[in-house]
Design a protein around this ligand. Structure first.
Ligand SMILES: C[S@@+](CC[C@H](N)C(=O)[O-])C[C@H]1O[C@@H](n2cnc3c(N)ncnc32)[C@H](O)[C@@H]1O
Length: 205
């Protein structure tokens, strides 16, 4: 079984998700198919104790406490019978149009099982993007803090790029875009972590 990677926490990408919602609206995507890759999960036991966001408003002591809780969470999550809780699918659904279809894929079966239970309306799949793209073409891909720790990140990037429709939105952390994307996978930058795949006509074809 694939191992669980580093911890995640609530509202980690709040600003990016809000910006994404604005671009989805701007580009007239009323019922987009959205693929979220690698949402991660925390232990269900600590889900209500993990502080939101990046902690920039917390005191030094509160930040230390928060770091300690994350470490405990990392340990707990590796115990196979400890339940998991995934934040990102719900946070995305909160900002996307109600007609959006959300497909969530992760290499880890425990994460996917938790998501299927938490969000029955989501199409939750175990999938390794280092092996193949998904069998659907999507309007939006969200893949944050996944490639930097994954095996075969350039292959994953390529498989995600292939899964994205022309004119689609790609939400990915800057480090992954810079280190693992290639010039043959052009993207137009819209915001800090949001890119758009050019349409053929944009490329003058
Ligand atoms: C560090 S967590 C990121 C969690 C969350 N997106 C965040 O920003 O906090 C990375 C996630 O990517 C998943 N992952 C790693 N390699 C993958 C692959 N090749 N295909 C699909 N998911 C993968 C892991 O199982 C994990 O859930």
């Amino acid at each position: 079984m694939s191992k669980l990677s580093t911890t995640t926490w609530p509202a980690r990408h709040k600003q990016t998700f809000q910006q994404l919602a604005e671009y989805v609206d701007k580009f007239g995507m009323k019922s987009p198919t959205v693929l979220e890759v690698g949402p991660g999960a925390s232990s269900a036991l600590l889900k209500n104790l993990l502080a939101e966001g990046e902690g920039e408003n917390l005191s030094f002591i509160a930040n230390r406490l928060r770091a300690g809780l994350r470490n405990i969470d990392s340990l707990l999550r590796h115990i196979p019978f400890v339940g998991l809780h995934s934040f990102e699918p719900g946070e995305l659904m909160d900002v996307l149009p109600s007609q959006a279809k959300l497909v969530v894929a992760d290499i880890n079966p425990r994460v996917v099982k938790a998501i299927a239970k938490q969000y029955p309306q989501v199409d939750a799949r175990v999938h390794n993007f280092a092996q193949s793209p998904l069998d659907v073409q999507v309007d939006v891909i969200v893949c944050l803090c996944v490639l930097v720790r994954a095996a075969e990140p350039k292959v994953i990037f390529k498989n995600l790029y292939e899964s994205l429709k022309q004119g689609g939105l790609f939400v990915i952390d800057n480090r992954s875009r810079t280190n693992f994307g290639s010039p043959s996978e052009p993207l137009v930058k819209l915001a800090a972590q949001i890119w758009r795949k050019p349409q053929m006509k944009d490329a003058g074809v």
